[in-house]
Design a protein around this ligand. Structure first.
Ligand code: IPE
Ligand code: IPE
Ligand code: MG
Ligand code: MG
Ligand code: MG
Length: 333
């Protein structure tokens, strides 16, 4: 990933310092067998995009970055928990350029360390925000829980759609709205709630989070096809091998002539696809202009997000967030 733009560095540094200090205290009470994979995951990089959203969500609503640091930590820990379980579900051996928890320690440890990380992230909220006015604490917790509920639903649709092999673009959008956009949306809204944002402001944060989240997942799908393993830190072509319904796959199915579509269906009905299958699918994706369509669509979602951001025009964080969107648009990892 390209270097973080200068205006975002103070946010990333403030987060990093708080984050390092706040998962450590549980070391003494969590058994080593699950604390080790948790620390491996939390210390093994990651772009830390979601915490930036929480910090900026607070500032967009006139609050302070400092007050939002525990929520940003909760969101990043929760995200890492979803990745540990996601790699089990996706049979993924590589995460952030290293063996996934599932590959290194096995499924049982991946399940339990993920569960523990999830609970530890919730504890951050109760440890830090129970002195907020009670309605705000309630709203904060409610948005957080609803976001995770939506992530679970999205992940379930992801599994169902991979098995059905016949999802429409609308089904696909519903699935990624849950599995990915929900957490980005929740991250932003939590920042806004901590800052005491108005219901109109929170609605714009939700819409902004949705657009950025949908763009982010379509880009993740695209980079699974066009990216490099070194920059992405995961196996390229993994979605095709696993038969996942991605933006590119659903658009390809829609555009293909029936003879090509029949061939694709045969290929997708196998339990897994090999290197020559991946090569054939990649060729079709280029021929049918699906790669270009993904680039165009994700760009549109990022730009749509900007229109919601513009409701916060004049706030200090507006320009910083706009820089974040441009940084995300150019990401390669
Ligand atoms: C990966 O998220 C999972 C998706 C929703 C695409 P990120 O690409 O933010 O993962 P890290 O934290 O930077 O590794
Ligand atoms: C991940 O989607 C969504 C969640 C982790 C909830 P993907 O399965 O596309 O993410 P990667 O590609 O493994 O990071
Ligand atoms: Mg995955
Ligand atoms: Mg997945
Ligand atoms: Mg992916």
């Amino acid at each position: 990933m390209a270097a973080l733009p200068d205006v975002l560095i103070p946010y990333a540094q403030a987060f990093d310092t708080f984050f390092k200090a706040h998962y450590a205290p549980r070391r003494s009470t969590t058994p080593h067998s699950i604390q080790e994979p948790i620390e491996h995951t939390l210390e093994n990089g990651g772009k830390r995009i979601r915490p930036l959203l929480t910090l900026l969500g607070a500032e967009l609503c006139g609050g302070s970055l400092q007050d939002a640091l525990p929520a940003a930590t909760c969101i990043e820990m929760t995200h890492n928990f979803t990745l540990i379980h996601d790699d089990v579900m996706d049979d993924a051996d590589i995460r952030r350029g290293q063996a996934s928890v599932y590959k290194k320690w096995g499924t049982n440890t991946a399940i339990l360390s993920g569960d523990s990380l999830f609970v530890q992230s919730m504890m951050i909220l109760t440890d830090h925000y129970d002195s907020l006015p009670s309605n705000r604490f309630h709203d904060l917790y409610k948005i957080y829980l609803e976001s995770i509920y939506e992530v679970c639903n999205g992940q379930a649709l992801d599994m169902d759609q991979a098995a059905d092999r016949l999802s429409s673009p609308d089904d696909y959008l519903k699935m990624i709205d849950g599995k990915t956009a929900a957490l980005l949306r929740g991250a932003l809204q939590m920042g806004g709630i901590i800052a005491g944002g108005s219901s109109t402001q929170l609605a714009h944060l939700a819409a902004l989070g949705t657009d950025v989240g949908l763009a982010f997942q379509i880009q993740d799908d695209l980079l699974d096809v066009t990216g490099s393993q070194e920059k992405m830190g995961k196996l390229i072509g993994g979605d095709i091998i696993e038969g996942k319904q991605t933006f590119l796959m659903t658009t390809l199915c829609e555009r293909m002539q029936s003879s090509d579509r029949d061939q694709l269906q045969v290929l997708l009905s196998k339990p897994k696809r090999d290197a020559s299958d991946v090569e054939w699918v990649l060729k079709q994706m280029t021929t049918y202009g699906v790669v270009k369509e993904a680039e165009k669509t994700l760009d549109q979602y990022y730009r749509e997000g900007m229109t919601h951001l513009n409701h916060f025009d004049g706030s200090k964080a507006h320009d910083v967030f706009s820089t974040l969107i441009h940084y995300l648009m150019g990401r390669e990892g």
